[in-house]
Ligand binder design. Structure first.
Ligand code: G6P
Ligand code: MG
Length: 228
């Protein structure tokens, strides 16, 4: 294992909750039902696609002009930015700071593969920008999660092969993206939504270099046995 690629929202910090609250507010304005179970399907999905999915759910996919949709996305982002205004180093999810320093000690490269355009600002507020050797710009990625592109780009930026990477996600679309990229997939969340992951933890405090490395190694050995 040469690199670990992180998702941001819901893995490094609890901003997944803020995306939920901001979209919920937009959906309520539009009188479209919005709950946590529907929100699961939006995790990891970019801003434009998320709005399209919400509008489709409300049977309003063709009701809005492009300009109106842009205004709704801007508004959602304003609600979201208000919620993350006071984000600080203390808002790292439990165990993440320790994991980053273990990876550094083990000379494992670290990258970020988040679909969020707010990601660089969030890393800065959390005080961890310097820990990442690569941060993928989601605007340069044509196909978002569940397509593997963002994870493959992260590996390419680091100069490592996908098979040498473990990647951590809290979204179903993210786990699909990692698996399609041919990487070891670590899911943070419940067994049901993370069922496609190679390794599941219910909370970030359970993550460690040793857990990732031993899981990645077991998976590689199994794949090699299957091939021979
Ligand atoms: C991440 C989150 C999504 C969010 C997307 C875009 O993938 O999991 O909930 O919609 O990023 O975020 P942005 O900050 O660019 O609106
Ligand atoms: Mg996430």
């Amino acid at each position: 294992m040469k690199a670990v690629i992180f998702d941001l929202d819901g893995v490094i910090t609890d901003t997944a909750e803020y995306h939920f609250l901001a979209w919920k507010r937009i959906a309520e304005q539009l009188h479209i039902p919005f709950d946590r179970s529907f929100n699961e399907s939006l995790k990891g999905i970019g801003r434009q696609q998320s709005l399209d999915n919400i509008l489709t759910r409300g049977g309003a996919a063709s009701t809005f002009t492009t300009a109106e949709k842009q205004a709704l996305m801007r508004q959602k982002n304003q609600y979201y930015q208000k919620l993350i205004e006071n984000l600080a180093p203390g808002d790292l999810l439990p165990g993440i700071g320790k994991l980053l320093s273990e990876l550094k000690d083990e000379h494992i490269q670290i990258a970020l593969a988040s679909s969020s355009r707010n990601a660089p600002a969030i890393l800065k507020r959390l005080g961890i920008s310097g820990d990442f050797q690569a941060v993928v710009d989601p605007e340069t990625i044509e196909k978002g999660k569940p397509a593997p592109d963002i994870f493959l780009t992260a590996a390419a930026l680091l100069g490592v092969s996908p098979a040498e990477c473990a990647a951590i996600e809290d979204a179903e679309a993210g786990i699909s993206a990692i698996k399609s990229a041919g990487m070891f997939a670590v899911g943070v969340g419940d067994e049901r939504s993370m069922h496609a992951a190679d390794l599941i933890v219910s909370r970030t405090s359970q993550l460690s270099f040793h857990l990732l490395y031993s899981g990645w190694k077991r998976c590689r050995e199994r794949q090699q046995t299957e091939r021979s």
